[in-house]
Design a protein around this ligand. Structure first.
Ligand code: G
Ligand code: G
Ligand code: MN
Ligand code: NA
Length: 251
């Protein structure tokens, strides 16, 4: 209840920030994407991560205004970076299931990208896609028509049926970090990564590995055919100004 009241106030006072984590091409080592990650700058507790407040916001419906705010800030940032080196890098925004399935989601999205979608991509978890296959397929079709690419987050942890990937127009699979952390510890981990890569590439879908923390994981993922990686090995999520500095150095 305290969290809930705090969240309402946070929406009113705009206590949210977007932080950004780079995604790296495993062959060239260059940044090829960004993921926008929501942070709440709490007046007493400091920076609070989404794991602590998204579930509450989803339960009480506040996720809809919060999610809309995220889209507004992300598209604003994309416009600000236009014409700079970061302007060439696609930016992924996470959607909650509630937001994704909202009747007027497409109208809201359209309003935010009326000046062009720029580098915007969207991420939705595999389990959200699997809970309403028909609804999800329609929604993904609408996004495809708008030219907005879609990544499947936490891939491998939902109840995926391989059949659905053929029906769903998705652009990227984000291999869940639980598989990455198993690399080097179990034989099956390599086989799972290889299988996901084979599946993705057969269907023309890129595969990005999440939670890459070591050079040895990155090398192994590259060898197994993964296209890209994201993780503490390269950078933690950081505020926009830090990312600008990181990116200037990276080049
Ligand atoms: O940044 P961090 O690792 O704390 O994020 C935890 C989880 O919160 C991630 O799984 C991520 O998908 C989710 N998340 C981060 N930002 C957003 C957001 O803007 N909207 C939604 N719905 N989820 C987010
Ligand atoms: O949306 P998604 O579940 O992919 O959110 C990414 C989350 O993973 C963010 O909260 C981010 O802080 C976290 N994360 C990013 N890189 C790493 C990593 O290398 N290791 C771990 N443990 N978490 C990471
Ligand atoms: Mn994500
Ligand atoms: Na994830």
């Amino acid at each position: 209840r305290e969290l809930e009241a705090g969240l309402e106030r946070a929406v009113e006072r705009d206590e949210f920030e977007l932080w950004y984590q780079p995604q790296v091409d495993l062959r060239t080592g260059r940044a090829v994407g960004l993921e926008a990650l929501l942070r709440w700058r709490h007046p007493e507790r400091g920076i609070v991560g989404p794991g602590e407040f998204i579930p509450c916001a989803e339960a009480n419906g506040l996720i809809v205004p919060v999610g809309d705010h995220v889209l507004s800030r992300a598209t604003e940032q994309i416009r600000q970076w236009r014409g700079t080196p970061l302007g060439r890098i696609p930016m992924a925004v996470n959607l909650s299931g509630v937001q994704f399935h909202q009747a007027d989601f497409i109208d809201h999205l359209q309003a935010h990208i009326s000046g062009g979608r720029g580098q915007l991509k969207l991420e939705i978890t595999e389990s959200v896609l699997m809970t309403d296959l028909g609804g999800a397929a329609r929604r993904l079709g609408e996004l495809r028509e708008m030219g907005v690419p879609l990544s499947v987050d936490d891939f491998g942890t939902g109840y995926s049926s391989l059949a659905y990937l053929r029906r769903f127009p998705v652009d990227e699979l984000k291999l869940d970090r639980s598989f990455v952390s198993e690399l080097g510890h179990s034989e099956e981990a390599d086989a799972i990564v290889e299988a996901v890569v084979a599946l993705g590439h057969t269907l023309g879908i890129r595969v990005l590995a999440e939670g890459v923390e070591t050079e040895s994981q990155a090398r192994r993922l590259a060898r197994l055919g993964c296209d890209a990686g994201q993780g503490f090995l390269w950078a933690r999520p950081m505020p926009a100004s830090d990312l600008e500095a990181w990116f200037a150095e990276e080049r």
